[in-house]
Write a protein that binds this ligand. Structure first.
Ligand code: NDP
Length: 266
């Protein structure tokens, strides 16, 4: 019987995950089904349990259920533990296991696809939501010089700093911050087409600006960065493909090639 996979979210119609996973499955000559499941907001747990009871082999989870997926799981792998959120679920020894591949997806995109070595770099993260929790541990694991966090609601940035400080050098952004080598937009401002003001942020000619959001055109954040003279602008397409490859590896024990999808957006 064909192995069954799915991505849970609400809304979920826009998801690229089914096509990405089908592309990966073709690479290894496997036929899988991978569907989108739009779960009612108050019925996520039942939906997930039914999916696995009916033969589901693995599931991805996206907005707004990453926290609920973490809480639902009976066992949480390291990355999920660190982030308190899960984007990947599977069954092992009859137990629901949670993992989180967002952080490693970003790190792979930065380091392998874009040749950016995180070690000893000065990095700024804008935002303090779920995505920031997903990427912070993975970035600290690569030994940056310093990770600074800046968010519209300061208390949420303080929470992130407190929660991750045991993992490496992390602090709140302040006026004394040195020039950043990498500025990551992990706010959802691009979703609402809002411009983030970069004027006061310290950066240099080689600074990379990375928007976790992806789109066919430059996101407002990257547009702004270009206008400020920053040349290296990246969006989150590579991260999306790499986090999917990591989930695929967890489920199928084979890491698929990502280059084709990185270079051929759809
Ligand atoms: P959350 O809703 O959890 O957090 C949103 C964050 O954005 C908060 O820090 C919020 O600040 C801030 N924010 C929202 N609007 C503005 C604005 N107009 N100006 C300044 N700050 C703003 O979202 P997520 O963390 O889940 O997602 C963030 C982004 O990351 C999204 O664009 C999402 O698409 C992207 N993403 C991409 C992935 C990929 O694979 N490429 C994976 C995961 C996420 P405040 O606290 O003040 O409300």
């Amino acid at each position: 019987m064909m192995e069954k996979y799915a991505v849970f979210g609400n809304p979920i119609n826009h998801s690229k995950s089914p096509s990405i996973h089908q592309h990966f499955a073709e690479q290894i000559g496997k036929k899988i089904s991978y569907e989108t499941i739009c779960s009612p907001l108050d019925d996520f747990a039942t939906n997930v349990h039914n999916f696995f009871k009916n033969g589901g082999c693995g599931a991805n989870v996206t907005v707004p259920f990453k926290l609920a997926a973490f809480e639902l799981a009976e066992f949480k792998n390291n990355a999920a533990q660190m982030t308190k959120a899960a984007n990947t679920l599977f069954i092992q020894n009859d137990k629901l296991i949670a993992d989180n591949t967002d952080g490693i997806g970003l790190v792979k995109d930065l380091t392998i696809n874009n040749g950016f070595n995180i070690k000893d770099k000065n990095i700024l993260i804008l935002g303090a939501g779920g995505a920031v929790r997903g990427i912070t541990a993975a970035l600290l694991n690569e030994s940056p010089k310093l990770l600074s966090i800046k968010n519209r609601t300061k208390i949420k940035a303080e929470d992130i700093v407190n929660d991750f400080t045991k993992l490496g050098p992390i602090k709140l952004y302040d006026d004394n911050s040195q020039e950043f080598d990498l500025i990551i937009n992990a706010t959802s401002s691009s979703l609402s087409n809002d411009k983030l003001d970069l004027h006061d942020l310290p950066y240099h000619q080689q600074t990379i600006c990375y928007d976790l959001f992806y789109s066919d055109e430059l996101t407002p954040f990257l547009q702004n960065a270009k206008e400020q003279g920053i040349n290296q602008c990246l969006d989150g397409w590579g991260m999306l493909v790499e986090q999917a490859a990591e989930s695929f590896n967890i489920w199928h024990q084979i890491r698929p090639q990502t280059t084709y999808l990185i270079n051929n957006r759809f």
